[in-house]
Design a protein around this ligand. Structure first.
Ligand SMILES: Nc1ncnc2c1ncn2[C@@H]1O[C@H](COP(=O)(O)OP(=O)(O)OP(=O)(O)O)[C@@H](O)[C@H]1O
Ligand SMILES: [Mg+2]
Length: 500
């Protein structure tokens, strides 16, 4: 090493009861750089940054800042050392307002110290959001009522409000739209210029190439290497990450599109979306694109019976249905993979087995008894197909890495044998190799006649997998493109209201 870098993590090992997450990792990074960490799901990225932010204790090794050993045994210690993290899992306090979350522990007080100056607090929080360019958030709203992307912006604002030396962003882009991502990148540039070290974790390699000064690859708890973007390319990086080259990235097959399976007419819900009309055929993958806040998720939730619409009708194979709850939707044959796996996707305190089988119990019940053998075999197969790691079905979902949690959520719906499968951001937080697996499974399901509505903010994914693409903007459908007509520029322009 030529000179002493600001951060040095030396010989770091960590095991979680039995799982060796990190094996003697030595990692260094310097102020004024964006240093990306990449690797497969479960490679140890989050564990490494959690050790730095004091959220997790390491078993061996030491951490040095400016060449001096420091002990970061608690988040408070890390905080004092100028380290702030935005975690993959949200850590906001749901029932508190945006303001309280951003200013947690540093609320402005009036004369008597217990008397919070609310007007000043809201102004201060608003100013922080404004400065970051994160608009459209009412600082008085409880965080639990915000969409996940707004929650993510609040997380980032909270971290940046502390003016950190080291800012850690673990998969921040997974829930942000193109527009917000641009703002985040601009913000990162400013922070970098002000000599902040930014550790950036992402599964989207194009992003990593755009923002990183250096990229460190982790695999199975070890460092494979550190490279500069200009000296490498995506292919080489993927080989370093997964140890092999990947086949066709979007294994989309020529679709055998059948009759209409789902028809939505004039669907409206006050304050969310207006007059949504479209149809979906058996065997079709229909993309639904739009900027964050355009209403895509609400439409999905309405079709799934989670938020019944005020007006309009839904037909399933020609039959009018009135779905007043997700249970009714499931019984009718509609399944939804939500964008927020923590809120309504998974039960973190239950095992992989219980989570995956939750939605499919009726199918493995015989004469009222649960056929455990059959259930386990089905769960086991999903675990294999999706390469869920570690592949032990008794493992609690809480103990899995972020990407593996997402795979469990997906597996649950793949087993339901629904007629219509709605996927809201299905590959969020999932590594490149697994993405390809998920796309392959989507293709298989469509082949078997399932109608799939794919909601995604990742343009390459929408373009790569959809037979047809709908675009939403401010609660309305504003465009429809065939697979041949759709292009990045067109979809973006349409979603932004620049194209008629
Ligand atoms: N609380 C925990 N208890 C038990 N094992 C855990 C826990 N947290 C993580 N692990 C295990 O440690 C390993 C590394 O996980 P980590 O979360 O660091 O991966 P990651 O690289 O961040 O993956 P992803 O891309 O999916 O977020 C995985 O095998 C995971 O199952
Ligand atoms: Mg992680």
């Amino acid at each position: 090493m030529s000179k002493c870098e600001y951060l040095l993590m030396q010989g770091i090992s960590k095991s979680y009861d039995g799982t060796q997450a990190l094996r003697g990792v030595t990692f260094s990074a310097d102020l004024g750089e964006v240093h990306a960490l990449v690797g497969e799901n479960g490679a140890g990225k989050s564990t490494l940054i959690k050790i730095l932010s004091g959220a997790v204790r390491h078993d061996t090794g030491q951490i040095l800042l400016e060449g001096k050993p420091v002990s970061l045994d608690s988040p408070l210690h890390a905080h004092r050392a100028g380290i702030r993290a935005v975690y993959q899992e949200f850590s906001l306090v749901p029932h508190l307002s945006v303001t309280e979350n951003i200013l947690l522990g540093q609320m402005p007080r009036r004369r008597f110290h217990w008397w919070v100056d609310w007007a000043a607090a809201h102004r201060q929080a608003q100013a922080i959001l404004d400065e970051l360019g994160f608009t459209g958030i009412d600082v008085r709203t409880p965080v639990s009522q915000l969409s996940v992307s707004y929650q993510q912006m609040v997380e980032i604002a909270k971290a940046v409000a502390g003016r950190p030396r080291i800012l850690i962003l673990d998969e921040p882009s997974a829930v942000l739209s193109q527009e917000e991502l641009k703002r985040l990148f601009a913000l990162m540039k400013q922070l970098k210029a002000a000599s902040t070290l930014i550790l950036y974790i992402s599964h989207r390699l194009n992003e990593v190439f755009e923002v990183a000064d250096r990229i460190t690859v982790l695999k199975d708890g070890e460092i494979v290497g550190t490279v500069r973007p200009q000296d490498t390319d995506e292919g080489q990086l993927i080989r370093m990450m997964v140890g092999r080259t990947l086949g066709e990235f979007y294994p989309k097959r020529e679709a055998k599109i059948g009759g209409e399976v789902l028809a939505v007419r004039g669907l409206s819900r006050e304050g969310a979306f207006t007059d949504i009309t479209f149809s979906l055929a058996h065997g079709e993958i229909l993309g639904l694109f739009g900027l964050v806040g355009s209403g895509r998720t609400q439409v999905a939730r309405s079709i799934f019976g989670a938020e019944p619409p005020d007006a309009g009708e839904i037909r399933l194979e020609g039959k009018l249905v009135r779905l007043r709850s997700p249970r009714e939707a499931l019984q009718a044959g509609i399944a939804l993979l939500t964008e927020d796996r923590k809120r309504d996707g998974l039960v973190l305190s239950c095992s992989i087995r219980d989570n995956i089988s939750l939605a499919t119990l009726p199918q493995v019940t015989r004469w009222g008894f649960l056929d455990i053998g059959r259930m386990d075999a089905r769960v086991q197969r999903q675990v294999q197909d999706l390469a869920i790691r570690p592949p032990q079905i008794n493992r609690l979902v809480r103990q899995l890495s972020g990407g593996n949690q997402q795979k469990v959520a997906l597996a649950k719906w793949l087993l339901t044998q629904a007629k219509v499968l709605i996927l809201d951001e299905p590959t969020r937080g999932v590594d490149v190799a697994t993405k390809v697996d998920i796309y392959r499974i989507m293709s298989d399901l469509a082949d078997q006649g399932m109608g799939i509505l794919l909601i995604s903010s990742e343009l390459p994914e929408i373009l790569g997998m959809s037979d047809r693409v709908l675009v939403m903007r401010e609660g309305r459908l504003v465009g429809e493109f065939s697979r041949a007509q759709a292009s990045e520029e067109r979809l973006l322009a349409c979603a932004a209201g620049l194209l008629q």
